[in-house]
Ligand binder design. Structure first.
Ligand SMILES: Nc1ncnc2c1ncn2[C@@H]1O[C@H](COP(=O)(O)OP(=O)(O)OP(=O)(O)O)[C@@H](O)[C@H]1O
Length: 294
């Protein structure tokens, strides 16, 4: 399977935060949801892909091209949607087209006009007066008009109402129907990932905690519940985000340890939101223990 995006051993340090050996890839024809707690490094990774951050080490390829030396060729076929509009507020869509067109070999004015119409976007209103959903649609219109084969969206659905979100997800799902195209989108709304993504990458504290298909993720972890006396200390050690409360405990467990689960304990499927919460709890638990040692 051909990869549209390959990130290998990406390291990027800021004061107090670092992306550590970030490695994942996205095949052509698929949508990847990019998730992780606030400050886990999603935007920094996206900025690294776009050559907007000076990476310390690692290699990033987009369409098989190098993200640093082939930036111009990559931009020709890459559509970028940020949650804040990067276009001049005082211009209308028509004027924006005029500005952008010279930068793209394959700019398609008919596609631009047709998309504006189908998205119900006026071409004579200043984009500064657009709603958030309208701005998202305009950025997507631009990506489609220069025939982008890969769309990277940083939190595209945050702040959209449920109807606009639903519409945006439909647009992305339709976009990859042409099997040569892919989408990478970061989000905190994991139900959007459950709904349209084929692949998921979970970033935690600057590191890839999981990358793979959504099915692999849901097969890899379960929630384990029960009374504390029914779990062996060996199995408890293997739990992620173990949390005990008055009537028992819950934790995330890798399915590779299912044969160690006693009959008294209960397992349940875990959704992405739940997985993220257990991963964060594990971290808090470790930190708490470190504090205990001091
Ligand atoms: N230019 C910068 N200079 C210094 N630190 C930075 C810079 N950009 C990001 N950081 C730090 O890097 C860390 C990761 O930030 P990043 O925006 O990549 O996370 P994120 O996963 O996108 O977060 P969120 O979900 O809250 O948007 C944060 O601690 C942030 O303060």
């Amino acid at each position: 399977m051909e990869n549209i995006l390959e990130i290998k051993g990406l390291n990027k340090a800021y004061d107090g935060f670092a992306l550590k050996d970030v490695t994942f890839s996205l095949p052509k024809g698929y949508i990847m949801g990019f998730v992780g707690e606030n400050g886990s490094g999603k935007t920094t990774t996206i900025r690294s892909i776009l050559n907007m951050a000076n990476i310390d080490s690692g290699k990033i390829s987009v369409f098989g091209l190098d993200s640093i030396t082939d930036t111009i060729a990559i931009k020709e076929k890459l559509g970028v949607v940020f949650d804040s509009l990067y276009l001049a507020d005082h211009l209308n869509a028509k004027q924006i087209e005029k500005q952008l067109k010279p930068f793209y070999k394959d700019w398609d004015s008919k596609e631009f006009a047709d998309r504006l119409k189908s998205f119900g976007l006026p071409d004579n209103k200043r984009v500064g007066e657009f709603s958030k959903g309208m701005k998202m649609k305009l950025m997507i219109t631009i990506a489609l008009s220069h025939k982008a084969d890969f769309m990277i969206l940083d939190e595209p659905t945050s702040g959209l109402d449920p109807v606009a979100r639903d519409e945006l997800l439909d647009i992305l799902a339709e976009y990859i129907e042409d099997e040569n195209r892919s989408v990478l989108f970061s989000t905190h709304i994991t139900s959007d990932v459950e709904r349209i993504a084929d692949y998921v990458t979970i970033l935690h504290d600057g590191q890839v905690w999981f990358t793979g298909t959504k099915d692999e993720l849901s097969e890899k972890y379960v929630i384990l519940r029960g009374a504390e006396e029914d779990i062996s200390s060996a199995l408890r050690e293997k739990c992620i985000g173990f949390h005990n409360y008055r009537n028992g405990f819950d934790a995330l467990l890798s399915t590779e340890y299912l044969d160690e689960v006693s009959d008294e304990l209960v397992t349940e499927k875990a959704n992405i939101d739940e997985i993220l919460v257990y991963v964060a709890k594990e971290d808090r638990y470790e930190r708490h223990n470190e504090n205990d040692k001091v």
